[in-house]
Ligand binder design. Sequence first.
Ligand SMILES: [Zn+2]
Ligand SMILES: [Zn+2]
Length: 149
Amino acid sequence: MLQVSVNCFSCRKSLQDDKVRIDDFPSVKTKIICEAGEGYVYLSSSYGSFDVKTEIPIKDGEVVEFYCPHCGGSLKTSENCEICFAPMVRVDVDAGGRIDFCSRKGCTNHHFEFSDINRDLRSFLAQYSGLTVPFPREDEESGNNMKEE
Ligand SMILES: [Zn+2]
Ligand SMILES: [Zn+2]
């Protein structure tokens, strides 16, 4: 399974929490507001795993609001889930790209996106060299100089 470390797209601080571990990896800590109140929820940092630890009960099918525990910014995107139409939530992957997932409990819609496929995938593969995914060849780029940020 692919273990990722993610950050808040507003303040760029890491959402990784080493104290709470899920699937034997550091979890992804977010703040939530749901019908039962507000609290923290810890998501699995393994992509594709839906293990969560919550401080407060979330009902099945409930749409939850996700916030950054550092800056309090909403992690909601302007996109809606194509399965259940709840707002999609976004976290940025440290190695490049982003993960969007549905804010409704029980909905398993989530996907990995690279905003700049060449740059993000290269940096991603540098960290996850064991993965076999199609990789754009250097000589296929047309004078597009890489800029280090
Ligand atoms: Zn933040
Ligand atoms: Zn959904």
